[in-house]
Design a protein around this ligand. Sequence first.
Ligand SMILES: C[S@@+](CC[C@H](N)C(=O)[O-])C[C@H]1O[C@@H](n2cnc3c(N)ncnc32)[C@H](O)[C@@H]1O
Length: 196
Amino acid sequence: MLDKDYWKNRWQTSTTGWEVGAVTTPIREFVNHLVEKKTDKNCRILIPGAGSGHEAIYFYEQGFHNITVCDWAEEAFKTIKEKLPQLPDNQLVVSDFFDLVGVFDLIVEQTFFCAIDPTLRTQYAQKCSELLNKEGKVCGVLFGKEFDFQGPPFGGTEGEYRAYFNPYFEIEKMDICHNSIKPREGSELWINLRKK
Ligand SMILES: C[S@@+](CC[C@H](N)C(=O)[O-])C[C@H]1O[C@@H](n2cnc3c(N)ncnc32)[C@H](O)[C@@H]1O
């Protein structure tokens, strides 16, 4: 069962095959684009299932300090605590994503959606919508193909994902990701979803 103990155990035993060790290219280029567009640096950003938080660290380094990371395994936060000691404790939230309360302008997705039980995908879309400000967005990457092994990670298809998100979001983009890291090349979709 993919419960809190399962994930704590993955961290405690360092069975963290998803770990890239740095911000991934799609998220790095996305942050750079936000900077170029002169996006309000005070916007409230949430990264659920953030793990080591390399993406959050990059956001912070580019001046987006209003960033909250959530993970229900506190072991996950070792790296971000070391690399970003200035991040206030209340922006490091040890919680089940589905229990989170708050209001955000942007939710950043990377290998969290694929880590939850696929039966929770509709709930994920609904929860993201609930946590977002009016016209808030979910941006990031989803795996865009089925895997021939038992997850996590769990794959899926664009058609399936559209069905989950359509009731809550305008799907501004859900397309093959052109700047994935090498091991994920051709298997990711970039998503840009605006709350309805
Ligand atoms: C596959 S890892 C991805 C970590 C990070 N996003 C990355 O790309 O390196 C999934 C993370 O989600 C966390 N997680 C899984 N289910 C969760 C839930 N319901 N609420 C909060 N965190 C959860 C796990 O503890 C784990 O750190």
